[in-house]
Write a protein of this length. Structure first.
Length: 239
């Protein structure tokens, strides 16, 4: 496996990126954007990029905050997230700048792109889908499902998979129901998997370290949701 660590510019700011792919594989292959949670471009999203490389894809984990900033506490992260989400156009343009890095990677078949995200990253991939980004599929892992600017009818080009925890108080049933209505109204190709017993951040093995009530790793939901993603992308990327 080959990994690459580099920076790119957007609106005069520097953003970090980490790519992983199987260097022994010939020809271009699908690329999957990986977007981190509240804690920035750390080991967890990089590990997911490497796992995507093991599946035969190019995984590209990007830094959404800029300057490779990694918050140490919620009071450092939440104001940044709130500011990003308040301006949908700016937020979506920032996401598209990262997606452009993936599309332009020499190992990537730019006609077969996908995106996955965790928590904040889950919000992010849904924003790309709502914005009509040219993606074959997006997978939201335990991300909030509410929208400042909901998807319009016919706008969503990407297949959508949401993996959420049945015990996630941050993403309650009412939010899931509203999201399903949004996807129906948009006439999107969507599905929602709910994992019993799983709380918020169920894929992050480091989640418990934050000591935040309702935020915890859940091995079974982590494993099942990754398998669901594998099947989802196998279909989405099929030629």
């Amino acid at each position: 496996m080959r990994t690459e660590d580099f920076d790119y510019n957007h609106t005069g700011r520097s953003f970090g990126a980490y790519a992983a792919y199987d260097e022994t594989q010939t020809g271009k292959r699908p690329g999957v954007l990986v977007i981190h949670d509240l804690w920035g471009l750390g080991e967890q999203p990089k590990e997911r990029a490497r796992r995507l490389a093991e599946l035969g894809y190019v995984g590209l984990a990007i830094d959404l905050f800029g300057g490779r900033f990694q918050p140490k506490a919620l009071n450092e992260a939440l104001p940044i997230v709130g500011e990003m989400r308040a301006n949908s156009r700016s937020f979506r343009d920032r996401l598209r700048a990262g997606l452009e890095q993936l599309a332009n990677h020499p190992q990537v078949d730019s006609s077969r792109l996908g995106a996955i995200g965790f928590c904040l990253g889950g919000i992010s991939v849904l924003e790309l889908a709502r914005d009509g980004a040219d993606l074959k599929g997006v997978v939201c892992f335990h991300g909030n499902l509410d929208a400042v600017d909901p998807a319009q009818k016919g706008a969503v080009k990407s297949k959508v998979l949401v993996c959420t925890g049945g015990g996630d108080g941050i993403v309650p049933d009412t939010q899931i129901s509203t999201f399903q209505d949004e996807m129906r109204n948009a006439e999107a190709d969507w599905q929602v998997n709910v994992y019993g017993g799983a709380e918020h951040s169920f894929t992050n093995i480091y989640a418990d370290r934050a000591g935040i009530p309702g935020v915890a790793y859940h091995e079974r939901a982590d494993r099942r949701s990754w398998e669901a993603m594998r099947s989802f992308f196998a279909e989405a990327f099929a030629k």
